[in-house]
Design a protein around this ligand. Structure first.
Ligand SMILES: C[S@@+](CC[C@H](N)C(=O)[O-])C[C@H]1O[C@@H](n2cnc3c(N)ncnc32)[C@H](O)[C@@H]1O
Length: 261
């Protein structure tokens, strides 16, 4: 059973089993998507928020709040903010609250996720566009901030995506992204048990070992870990050196031992 970090959030859900299944479905989704195939997100766009809600409210909220608060402090309000891999627009209300942007640009490769996003109101001007994180359809130095939550790790080349974020970033701007990384061969049962008991995922760090991080030379960067280590948040400035080799590799949940809870 997953320990409820915010017990009041899920009183409408039927059971712990259902909550666990939704959480695992979200994590499987991150591992299985490849940008070559938007079909996966297109096929589940309508249901996406029903299981990302468990992840968001029970596991990821502290990481998201830290990321957005820390990033938004670095730039003045009323800027142009890109939500890269915006999906159904879940992050835009947070972006509006923290960044008080002049305009948000929501980009995603999945037309069905964007259809859901377009149907909502946000209280700030938003322009949605279909496109790829690996070839952002924006001018160099045109964004004050680039935010990406749970999208870089779903692409086939996270490093390329982050370099694109830095290309479109204005000098003095901020790139902020969060990603999930779970050691390969971790079973579903083990994931749930660790999150329940607060045990760290001790194999983490292989893809992000200190010697491979770009942060040593960049006073504008920050790396933090949350949720027993499986969530990382990264903040970069325009000057940060993003070298190949250190970035999170897409993980493959097919390698997990499949178990029913
Ligand atoms: C797990 S969802 C996260 C959505 C949203 N950022 C959130 O926090 O709910 C990942 C999103 O990234 C998008 N995505 C994945 N790879 C992409 C790529 N190469 N280019 C553009 N969007 C991509 C998917 O279509 C999906 O909407």
């Amino acid at each position: 059973m997953i320990r409820s970090r915010n017990k009041t959030c899920f009183n409408n859900m039927t059971s712990t089993d259902e909550r666990n299944q939704r959480l695992l479905a979200f994590l499987h989704l991150l591992g299985r998507f490849r940008d070559e195939d938007a079909a996966i997100y297109n096929s589940m766009a309508a249901g996406y928020e029903s299981f990302s809600k468990v992840w968001e409210e029970e596991i990821a909220r502290p990481a998201l709040e830290h990321l957005l608060k820390s990033a938004s402090r670095r730039i003045p309000p009323h800027g142009r903010v890109l939500d890269a891999g915006c999906g159904t627009g879940l992050r835009i209300p947070d972006i509006a609250t923290y960044f008080k942007p002049r305009r948000v640009f929501g980009l995603d490769v999945s037309s069905a996720m964007l259809d859901v996003a377009r149907r909502k109101g946000y209280g700030v001007p938003v322009s949605f566009e279909e496109g790829n994180l690996h070839a952002l359809p924006y001018e160099d130095e045109s964004m004050d901030a680039v935010i990406a939550t749970w999208s870089v790790e779903t692409t086939s080349n996270p490093g390329h995506a982050v370099r694109e974020f830095l290309r479109v970033l204005k000098p003095g701007g901020v790139v902020a992204y969060s990603y999930v990384q779970i050691p390969k061969s971790t079973s579903e049962r083990e994931i749930l048990s660790k999150l329940d008991t607060g045990q760290k995922f001790d194999q983490l760090g292989e893809a992000l070992s200190p010697e491979h991080l770009p942060f040593h030379n960049c006073s504008n960067s920050e790396l933090r870990h949350f949720a027993e280590g499986i969530i990382s948040t990264v903040i970069l400035g325009k000057c940060c050196d993003v070298s190949p080799g250190w970035l999170p590799k897409p993980f493959d949940f097919d390698e997990f031992i499949s178990e029913t809870c």
